[in-house]
Every structure is written in structure tokens, then in C-alpha cells.
Design a protein around this ligand. Sequence first.
Ligand code: RUQ
Ligand code: CUA
Length: 649
Amino acid sequence: MSLAPWLVFLASCTPAPKESPQPAAGTGGNLASIMTERGLSEADVIAAAKTYTPSGKLDEYVIMASGGHGGNLIAIGVPSMRILKYVAVFGPESWQGYGYGGLGDKVLYEDSRQGGKEVTWGDVHHPNFSETNGDYDGEFIFVNDKANARVAVVDLKDFMTKQIVTNKLVMSDHGGAFVTPNTEYVVETSQYAAPLGGGFEPLANYKEKYRGAAMFWKFDREKGRLDESQSFAVELPPYAQDLADAGKLDSYGWVFIGSWNTEMGAGTEGQNKPYLESAASQNDMDYLHIIDWKKAEQLVAEGKTKVINGVRVIPLETAAAENVLVLAPEPKSPHGADVTPDGKAIVVGGKLDTHATVFEMSKIKDLVAKGDFAGKDAYGVNVLDFQKSIRGQKEIGLGPLHTVFDNKGNAYTSVFLDSTVVKWNPSNLEQPTEALSVQYNIGHIMSAEGDTVSPDGHWVVAMNKMAQDRYQPVGPLLPQSFQLIDVSGPQMEIVYDLPIPLGEPHYSQMIKADKLKTIQAYTPAGTNPYTDEVSPNAVAAGQERIERNGKQVDVYMSVIRSHFTPDYIEVNEGDTVTLHMTSLEQAYDQTHGFAIDMYNVNVSMEPGRYEEVTFKADRSGVFPMYCTEFCSALHLEMMGYFLVKPKGA
Ligand code: RUQ
Ligand code: CUA
């Protein structure tokens, strides 16, 4: 039954890398004639030269971008802007065999929602790399699912989603997933208020019964997982909490969250009240939430919590009385709250304001320490005096949203309504601004290593919501658009446009590529990617077998070019089948896949990977099973049969 040795050789031989052929001079025309033919300006050619990455050359940076309601993350190389991978997170994805019977199903579906509703998509907003001393360390990335209040952990050694946790307090989140400077916590804060822990309350009880919460997920770096048992939350007023950021250096120990519905509008409620969007835009000031998480940790240790749905929560009264939570007025319908690299300031953009407001951490700390407050909100939370808390304000344009930073002390703010990126200096508010038009309606903005204590500068990316005339039209649903901006020169320049055609990205981060230490294979063969250990059910060559125990059939299968052993499996209709699959490959890029036709079974078998699929053989017949990756010259032959004998046959 085994292959002739020459066939094995033929099937497994990996082609040696070849030099790409160099075109003879003159065959493609010279630069000047190509420029004329294609209508390219000198600036276009310079932009191309800054980004074009010849075959075989690697990018210097990697962006990990939110994939929005694609539920995924997108890895993109910089400066080439080549898409390297879509990482499946909150939704099934067939190439990665995620959500089609394999071990990943446990991550994807098991905690998919409390209350019996199965959720199979997510709205990914803000990816954040794990940090050590305020710098990206390249080990993990965390993302939130705004739609279903979840947080996922993606391991960057294999770019796979390893854990999804559901927030048991709130129904939607937004201010997440932000990390504290040593990834002590992954912070996730609510967006739309609802009764904590779920349950029904009429909208008329909005002010009394609806609440927000800031969840502090404890990260266990050893295990690479969030530890629910060590996590806690701070109860918040029912203002719509928005973007958040963790303090660093001078602001270490604090978390900042914007909010935009301090009016507590809850829609029309069927009572001729204003629509939410106008109700929520009455106040000139909303509240920046300032949370002292070091103190919160202490209160949790002292047991000053109530337990809601199994989560330890610092009650709002306690948070207010202990100044774990204080508020600072912020103008108007704010969105981003971004801490400067030195940790000394927090920059807030107001969607309905024309300024960026710079809060000064030393002033905030002083006022809180002295108990110098301007008043209290409706829930007894101390409110700081606006003028006393700020360094100043800078006129930026219409609708400033998010701010990122470079290595020269500059800030870059995305201005949604103006469709501009505005460069300014938060330490010198007198310095004039510089605006660059982008196409169009920029949402988030991102810079190289921009959320660390030491941003790299050089690259900024405008993440635009609209792209009407930028790309060949493909129907009324348009891609979003990333524009790569070179900020190294005296003037900002757009050097590349990248359409993002799967979901609407929100935030992203850009990391130095050499910080990523990815594996080439799971070693030793039979390693379960979710435990990082060799599965007790992995097999070595020669140990493959089928074991039957009543109606349970266990198949111990090996996978290697170009054969599944065993290559045929016969069961009875109604049997439960468990496939234990071990890739015996260790060679880089020798990935197989395994699918059973008509059974919705589909997994990816990277080199050395262990996979396990359990399903019911509830349809009789003959079902080819085959390898889904063109792995060798005998790839098509890498197949077998799954036979299900009908009942009574
Ligand atoms: S938010 S731009 Cu989560 Cu700003 Cu989307
Ligand atoms: Cu293995 Cu195709």
C-alpha cells in the first residue's frame, strides 16, 4: 500500500529557489517612456520607489489591522502594503480550517455567547500588541468584538486565535482591547449601556438601571491566556464610553476613556423624545473617565467588590468615593483618547468640535491628590475643572477623531469631516499645523510603533472609510482604503493606496518586523497548537490505526506527502467518529489540509500540527476525503474514502 520510493521522492521534492530572471535592457522601455505612457509624474515614481519591494525582499514593518465586521485581523507589510494574511478571529474561515470541526471550534464557538444565542461573527475594532515596559514585544495581539463584547488573544508565534472570552457584564464594548504597559491587564470598556450582567429593564429606567463597565482582563503571560478568575471590573455611569488608552511612564497606573452620551439619551422610547443622536449631542462637554487601576486592584484585593454574573465589580459608589473613577469635562462628543509617548498628556478629539484637547497628567494627579474638584456628576463621581486639567487646546479642523505620534514629538490627528491628516505638536501648541488631504473620511490613523514609549516615525497610515473614486468600481459596496504616508520629510506625502476589501477596519498597529518570532513548524510533530504540547493522541509513523468502541470510532491518522494513513475509513451510520490527525511534516511551508466532502469537515494541517475532529456519521454513502493544499506533485492523489454503511445494511 505504500508508494514506490521514486514516487515518494518525486512527490516530496521541494524546488530549489531560483534567481528571478532579469529582463534584458530595453525590453520594457526606459523609465522616461514608461512615465509618459502611463502618465506618471516624478512624485509618482518617487512614491513607487519608496514602496516597491522587489520579489524576495521582505518588509520592514508589519501592520496588524482590525478587519471590522469581517471579524478578522489583517497582516500587512510596510512599505510594500502587501497583504500577508487574514487571521480568523471571531468568525469561521475555511482556509485556516477554523470553525469547520477542528480544535479551533472550541475557541470560536464554546463561549460564543451567554444565554444560548450562538454568535458566528464579530466586529473587530482595536488590535493592541502585548507590551513590555511600554514597548511592543511581538508576542501577542488582543482585539475586541464591539458587537458581542468579547476579547480575543492571538498568539503571534503562529498568528492564530487561541482564546476568546465573553464579557459577562455588558452587551457591547468599544474601548478595547488596550493593554497596560506590561500587559498586566487587557482593558475592555463598554459602549452602549445596558443592565450589567444582562436581564431586562425598560428604557424608562435608563438612568437608574443601565450601566457601563471597564473590564480589566488579567493576562497570564506564561500561559498566554486571559485569566477570568483574576480579572475585575469597575462599574461606570450609563454614558456611552468610547475609545480608551492606558497611561504609561508619568501616567502609569491610569486608564483614560472618552464618553459621548453624558445626556443619557436613550432614544425616543416611543414618547416623542429626541432621537438618540440629537439627545446625545446637547451638552458642550462630555466626560473623560480617569481610572486609577492600581487603586482599583487594591480595592479588589480588599474585597470591596460585588459579584455580578461571576465577575468581581467595584460598585460605582465605591469607585466614586475612593476616586478610582474621576471625570474631566471634554468637548464635544469625543472619540479618541490617546496618551502621548512620554505619558505626560492625553489628547482628546471631539467629533463635534474643531479642537484637539491636551490634558496634562501632572495637573490631573495634583487636583485628585488635593481633592480639588469642580463638582460631582449625577452619580456622585468627582468632576475636575476643565481649565485646570488641560495643557491647552489646538485648532485642528472639523471632526478630529484619533491621534498618533512619531519620534520627533509630532502628533498626527485624523480629521473625519475635513478628510485630512493634521500634523501638530502637543508640546508646543503655538507651532502651526500642517494638513494633508486624504481620500476620504479618515477614521483611525496609525503610526510605526506609535503606541509605544518610543515611536519610530517615518510611516503613518490613514485608514479611510470612503474611497469613491480611488479604485475600479466593484458594485455599490466599496472597500475601505488605507493610505500609506511618508512623514520622514519636511512634508507629508501619500505614497500608496491599499483597498481593504473584507470588513471595515478601525484601529491597527504597526510593529517592527524583526520583533515577530514566528515558528516554521509545530515541533515535535503532533503538537496541539492550542496547548503547545504534543497531543497524547498524536501518532508516529507506523502507529496509525482505527479503534472501535461500540458506536465510537477513533481514527489515529498520519498526514505526510502525499498520503493519509489510514486512507479509507468505514463506519456505520449513527457512529460517532473522532479523527486524531498528526502531520508528520517538519519542512517549512509543507502544509496539507484535510476535508471530507459533504460533511463540513475541513482543517488545516501545517507542518507538525495535531488536529482533532469529532462528528456524527449521520449520512450514509461514499465520501471522498482529500488534501486541500497543493502540497506536492501527487497532491491530487492525496485522498481517501470515508464510507458510511447505511443502517440495516
Ligand atoms: S473607532 S474609526 Cu472603534 Cu474610531 Cu472606528
Ligand atoms: Cu497534501 Cu495536498
